[in-house]
Design a protein. Structure first.
Length: 162
């Protein structure tokens, strides 16, 4: 199972040792991600960003892990699910998984209509969002995935307060 430590207010650090543990961690993180929320997903190619989203989507009942794929070419995947967070248990959640890797400028970014997707029910996970200062400024925090030796990953969730 993943090793975890609470690293301060609104900051958690986890270590996973396999893809399966990363998916399981995603299921646990879903409890901390109450909509509306926009998070930047940071990590190198192949770090496990989509693998983590598989667990989050599964926890929300939005999709089975094998149904969640990288939105590299489609840019946006939408999944409808239900909140697992105690106070909002069962409320509708719209999970948006975006990949901005192939987006080449602010004008192209604006054509995606990200602002239109932001509703009180939305949980938006944006890969490569750090390329765009406007996305970072609008975000509620980030999830950083660092590749360690073998299949280990250090995953840090940092939420902005407020």
């Amino acid at each position: 199972m993943s090793d975890a430590k609470h690293a301060g207010k609104n900051r958690w650090v986890f270590t996973t040792h396999s893809c399966e543990e990363t998916i399981t961690l995603g299921r646990e993180l879903a409890k901390l991600l109450t909509p509306p929320k926009v998070l930047v997903l940071r990590g190198d190619l192949g770090a496990g960003k989509t693998t983590l989203v598989k667990g989050i989507a599964a926890a929300l009942g939005a999709a089975e892990p094998e149904e969640v794929t990288s939105p590299t070419f489609t840019l946006i995947h939408e999944y409808a699910g239900r909140s697992v967070e105690h106070e909002n248990l069962g409320a509708t959640v719209l999970l948006y998984h975006l990949d901005l890797y192939r987006i080449e400028g602010q004008r192209q970014l604006e054509t995606l209509g990200i602002e239109d997707l932001m509703t009180p029910q939305s949980l938006m996970l944006i890969e490569w969002g750090e390329k765009f200062p406007a996305v970072v400024a609008r975000s509620d925090g980030e999830i950083v995935i660092e590749t360690l030796p073998g299949d280990e990953r250090r995953i840090t969730l940092a939420l902005r307060s407020g």
